[in-house]
Design a protein around this ligand. Sequence first.
Ligand code: SF4
Length: 418
Amino acid sequence: MNFDRIKQKLSVLSDAAKYDVSCSSSGSKRANKNKGLGDTNGMGICHTYTEDGRCVSLLKILLTNVCIYDCAYCVSRKSNDVKREAFTVKEVVDLTINFYRRNYIEGLFLSSGIFKNADYTMERLVRIAKKLRTEEKFNGYIHLKTIPGCSNELMHEAGLYADRVSVNIELPTESGLKLLAPDKKREDMIKPMQYVKNTLLQVKDERKVIKSTPKFVPAGQSTQMIIGATPETDRQIILTANHFYTNMNLKRVYYSGYVPVLADSRLPATTMQVPMLRENRLYQADWLMRFYGFKADEILEAEHPDLDTEIDPKLAWALRNMDQFPVDVNKADLHMILRVPGIGLHSARKIVAARKFNKLNAEQLKKLGIALNRAKYFLHWPGIYQSKDYTSNSIRAMILQDSHSKYHRMNNPQLQLF
Ligand code: SF4
C-alpha cells in the first residue's frame, strides 16, 4: 500500500464526507506514534451514538467524490472544480481494518458520489461491506449511505452486511429537489426506503419462526435533509420528517444546516449561514414527536410555521395552550406530565412512579430532582395556587428573564433543552 497516496485520498475523501451529518460527527485527532499507517489528525474520524447511548468512533469517508450529478448545494457536484479522488474496494477495507486494529475506530460510515450510475457505485459499496464481514470477519459498526435509484437486489445485500443504511432525501420538498438537484428523482429515494421497510417487517416475521434468518439492517434506516438551501418553513420540514417516520419506520431524520460553499443563483448568498439555533430547534421538535407524543402539526401550526428562536418548542406549545394548564402533578396522566415545560422523559416517569406511594408536593418534586423553575408555572400540587395574573406573555417574560440571568451567571453557551 502506498501510504502517501492513501493519505492524500483520505484527506480529500474525508473532507468531502464532513457535510453529511447523519452520523452525528465531531472531529477527532490522534497522533501516529508507531510509524503506522498515517495519522488520523482529525481526518475521517467521527463519533456517533448507538441505541443504548454508547459513543463510538467511525471512519467517515466517501468512496469517491467523482460524481455524474450536479446538485447545486454539493461540493462534489460535477461542475465544481475540486480535486477528485476514489478509493478502491480493497483500500477502504484495508483502511478500516488497520484503523480498527489500532483502536482508532469502532466502525465505518461510508458514502459516495456517483460514478457511471447508481448500481455501479452501489455494487462497490456493498462489496466493501461484504468483504469486511465475510473475509475480514469484521464485527464493528457499518453505516452505508446507499445510492438513490439502485436496485432492490443491491439494497438487500447492503442490508445483510450493514448495521444501518440510509438514503438522503436531500431537500424537504419535491419542488426544492427539482430546483437544486434536477438529476435526482424523489421516487428513486422512496423506492429503496420502502424496500428496506418491507424487508425489515418480513425478516421480523421470519425470525419468529426460523431463528437463524439472517439479520437485516439491525440498526434500521435513517435519512438526512438539508435545511436553509430552499425556503421551506420549519413546519414543512417537520411535516416531511413526520411523514418519513410514519411511513418508512425511520430510526432518525437528520437536519443539516446548509453550508454555503458555492455561489449559485439558485442558492442563498454565500454569506448566509443557517444559524445553528435553527438546527437545534428542529432537533428539539423532532424529539417531541419521537419521545413526547406530540403530533407534528401541534408543534407547528399553520399560523406559526417557524420555530421560536427564543424558547424551545415545548415551552412555545405550552404558552399557546394555557387552557390545558396547570396540570395536577398527582393526577395527570403521563401524556400530560410529559407536556409540562421543564419536565423531561425521565422525570415524568419518576413522578408517575413516586406518586403511587405519596402525594407529591414541591419538596418531594425537588427530591426527585425536578427543576421547578419552569415547571412551576404549569403544575399544580397541594399548597400551591397559580396566580390568576399569569398570562402566556408574563410567563414567557419571567422564564426568559430567569434563563438570561442564569446564562450570565454560569456563562454557559449550551442551549437549555426542555
Ligand atoms: S449525487 Fe450526491 S455527491 Fe453527487 S452532486 Fe448530488 S449530493 Fe453531491
